[in-house]
Unconditional design. Structure first.
Lengths: 664, 187
């Protein structure tokens, strides 16, 4: 009894006190408004507010692609927009696939990158990579894409190893009215999007959209391999702000897609035992539903609660996957004192999958449910009149396979002057084994050897452990004046326990009445090495209507596994220029240089290429805008990548795209 | 004795709860000092500015059409502004706050507050606004120089502002001389 009353007493006091404090916070603002300007000018600012978007304050290499940027580079999809970010490697594999990675390890199945759409993780738990074709939004509703190079694991957890891509859509409040956009190109790419945004009252806003795209086939050097694809997607978003400090968001999307492609599959059932290149159509659908509540407790404190459900289904010839993800997490930011803020959060994720095996890919077990628990805590301290800021924190994660994973980081930034800042960070991040790495057998190639058929297979194992990274970064920012700004970053990434394959002793196996020699290649964590690089970006406005941007990245990979080192371009350069000729006319020039790469699996070299895109935008009326883009002007066609799964390389040809935007 | 059941779990809860209570006691007072008064003060300034500005007549459709205040920022300015203006009117016109995303929307407001720390964006926006009757306010150094109307700055921890009269005149806004007197001349 005694304890009982003690407990309730402290709770009661805490609650009462909280209310008093909150009430005084709320009361303050109106009181100030009753003062005259003369009186207001006498009030001292007790705490200078932080601008959230102020990049100069973050101790990380961040690039923000705005909706305006996307328009000014003529990008028709999210992967194409990522080309302008230094340190991000983008290569189009074919019409519907891209190999995208941050700071090296470029591969179709690149697995060290975290991609989020409005807070929802979109890399597939199957191989921890991203099916870029399915990650689409109505581009008009896209607010920005934030790209963080380097680990973001302390906040986001496993897989946020080499970078985090945050795709953020606008609030429904900011997408009111109707928009109809279309685009068509000489590549036989067609897109149409319709969006309607309305409101029920001053606090409740919504939008619905529908989008359809059809992309034509790209060409390959030999033969014919249709890789055209089409996708229909629809979705909604609801934003409710019952009061100025509370915001609810509900959103959801569903899509259905059909893609053409090529697959090199082994014949393992009947002779001849060989690999055949199959041309196939594959089908997929997916959907998600997300709810978020954000409570801005005060100007500095906030609480966010978010939950979502996601389903992805893919039917690749005989191989089928259905993955359901349920996630719930919460984040709380508390300004403890003027110079100290704590950000903390907990999360839980449930992944349930179901596979149907094919001759190429077998999973055992075919069904698995896994639970992921996580928690993070970060402390942000400022010193010397906010000139120094230090953040210390860690993510603590538990998965059933590798157990506890701790991913700490330390970041410091020194605001040298009002215009320039120096930052540095050390962080640890992990890539936890994906489903394919643990439980799969990938039958790479079958052949008829004189004595018996043989099969080379990459075999996953429950012994596969997490890959680990220790990353060291430094950076420098300078906003010389209103016309010129510079951003530099350099990193040294040391990787431990990288996955590689080791050829094991061949053995005879008997499966479905066929005896064959299996040459196993076991997945194991025996590789290590380092990657280093430098990224630079420069923005310059030579006059009010002429803007220039230049980014450059240099990368050097020294990891043990053969082929990986040369699969990412060493040099990348992007130069763009936006010229607002009149209020109605704008001209954009975008140039890309991407260094050569070679693919270990196919043994093919992809030569360096220069791509030049030229676009003209005409704002015909207040509601109608037309853009005409000529892309890849300098050559007829060039490859950007060779796929690990098909022998042929697709080439990206010169193209012309006309797009319209009608707002009404 | 029916309590013996419940007191055991409460017993183990006592410690963490009193720690929590203590933590709230300790944390909250400091928290009070840390509130970002800067934006509360600036919101109050903006409310006051509207009293000194006359917009061209056709800008209001009816005599009680609202005064629309737009803000382009991702910092917590929005809630502060809405708190400050809630329930207030000016010459029987209510206030409406709106988060603005682009130049098209920016042209539809009476007052526009920009806090993005991106001078390129500010310039591009000002240019697209042209001579639309929008009172533009920002807190970036050089905003007034590049054609903005009001620029907040801090001086010895107090909020001050610059005023660009020619820019206001070009946009068809007339600004009361009293406000001019309070402003620091653009240098």
């Amino acid at each position: 009894m005694h304890y009982n009353s003690g407990v309730s007493k402290s709770i009661t006091w805490a609650i009462v006190y909280t209310f008093i404090v909150m009430a005084s916070l709320v009361a303050e603002a109106p009181r100030l408004a009753d003062m005259s300007i003369e009186e207001l000018m006498e009030i001292s600012v007790t705490s200078v507010a932080k601008k959230e978007t102020s990049l100069i304050e973050s101790a990380a290499a961040i690039t923000v692609i705005t909706a305006e940027d996307i328009h000014q580079i003529g990008a028709q999809s999210i992967p194409e927009a990522l080309r302008i970010v230094p340190g991000i490697n983008v290569a189009r594999i074919n019409s519907s696939n891209w190999a995208i990675s941050a700071r090296g390890f470029q591969d179709q199945f690149a697995d060290k990158l975290l991609v989020l759409m409005d807070g929802r993780t979109v890399y597939t738990p199957f191989f921890a990579g991203v099916f870029w074709a399915y990650q689409d939004v109505a581009l008009e509703d896209l607010d920005r894409i934030e790209v963080i190079r380097g680990p973001g694991a302390t906040l986001w957890g496993a897989n946020a190893m080499n970078g985090v891509i945050n795709i953020i859509s606008k609030s429904a409040k900011d997408t009111q009215g109707s928009i109809l956009t279309t685009s068509m190109s000489t590549l036989e790419d067609y897109q149409a999007t319709g969006r309607y945004g309305g409101h029920i009252n001053d606090h409740l806003f919504y939008r619905v959209y529908i989008k359809h795209r059809e992309n034509g086939s790209l060409e390959i050097a030999q033969g014919n391999a249709p890789d055209d694809w089409r996708k229909a997607q629809t979705g909604f978003r609801l934003d409710w702000h019952p009061t100025g400090d509370k915001a609810f968001t509900f959103q959801g999307d569903i899509y259905i897609a059909e893609q053409g492609g090529q697959l090199s599959e082994p014949n393992i059932a009947t002779p001849p035992f060989n690999n055949t290149l199959t041309t196939l159509d594959y089908n997929s659908y997916g959907g998600n539903l997300l709810g978020r509540f954000k409570y801005q407790i005060s100007a500095t404190d906030s609480l966010t609660l978010q939950s979502y459900y996601n389903r992805e289904y893919l039917d690749l010839n005989q191989f089928e996957q259905t993955i359901d993800t349920f996630d719930i997490d919460t984040t709380y930011r508390l300004q403890v004192s003027e110079s100290n803020a704590v950000v903390t959060g907990i999360g839980y994720r449930l992944i349930s999958d179901q596979f149907a095996n094919s001759p190429l890919l077998e999973l055992d077990p075919t069904q698995r449910t896994s639970h992921l628990f996580s928690m993070f805590l970060q402390d942000e301290m400022t010193f010397f009149q906010d000139k120094w800021k230090l953040s210390l924190g860690s993510k603590f994660e538990h998965n059933e396979h590798t157990g506890f994973e701790i991913q700490p980081s330390a970041q410091a930034i020194w605001q040298v002057t009002a215009k320039q800042a120096l930052w540095g960070s050390i962080s640890r991040a992990v890539h936890t084994p994906a489903r394919v790495e643990r439980d799969s057998r990938l039958n790479r190639s079958a052949s008829d050897t004189p004595l018996s058929p043989s099969l080379v297979s990459i075999v996953g194992s429950s012994n596969v452990d997490s890959e680990t990274l220790t990353a060291y970064q430094v950076g420098y920012r300078n906003r010389f004046n209103t016309h010129l700004s510079l951003e530099l970053s350099a990193f040294y990434n040391h990787y431990y326990d990288l996955q590689t394959t080791r050829q094991g002793a061949p053995f005879v196996e008997n499966q479905n009445g066929i005896t064959r020699l299996l040459i196993p290649q076991y997945r194991e964590n025996t590789d290590a090495g380092h990657v280093m690089g430098v990224e630079a970006s420069l923005n310059w406005s030579s006059s009010n209507n002429l803007h220039w941007a230049c980014t450059y990245s240099w990368l050097e990979m020294k990891v043990g596994s053969p082929g990986t080192n040369d699969a990412s371009p060493q040099h990348q350069l992007n130069l763009r220029n936006h010229w607002q000729v009149t209020d109605q006319f704008a001209v954009d020039n975008v140039c890309y240089y991407v260094d050569q790469i070679s693919n270990a699996a196919s043994g093919l070299n992809v030569p360096a290429y220069i791509r030049w895109d030229l676009g003209v935008t005409w704002k015909a009326t207040d509601s109608l805008q037309l853009s005409l883009w000529a892309q890849n002007l300098l050559d007829d066609q060039h490859p950007e990548y060779t796929s690990t799964l098909s022998a042929n390389e697709y080439e990206i040809p010169r193209s012309i795209t006309l797009s319209t935007r009608w707002k009404f | 004795m029916s309590n013996s059941h419940t007191s055991a779990p409460l017993n183990c809860l006592h410690k963490p709860l009193s720690v929590l209570g203590l933590a709230l006691w300790i944390l909250l007072p400091t928290n009070l000092n840390a509130t970002a008064k800067e934006y509360q003060i600036k919101a109050a300034f903006i409310y006051n500015f509207t009293k000194f500005v006359k917009w061209p007549e056709p800008d209001f459709t009816t005599s009680n059409a609202p005064i629309v205040i737009g803000y382009i920022t991702n910092n917590p300015f929005g809630p502060e502004l809405e708190n400050t203006l809630r329930g207030r009117t000016l010459h029987s016109r209510p206030f409406v706050c709106r988060h603005i995303e682009n130049a098209y929307e920016a042209k539809q407001v009476h007052v526009l507050f920009i806090s993005l720390d991106n001078p390129h964006y500010n310039q591009a926006l000002l240019q697209q606004l042209g001579s639309a009757p929008v009172l533009t306010i920002a807190e970036d150094e050089g905003f007034v120089k590049s054609g903005g109307m009001i620029e907040f700055f801090l001086e010895k921890g107090k909020v001050r502002f610059n005023l660009n009269m020619p820019a206001a005149k070009r946009a068809g806004l007339s600004i009361n001389a009293r406000l001019q007197a309070l402003a620091r001349k653009p240098n």
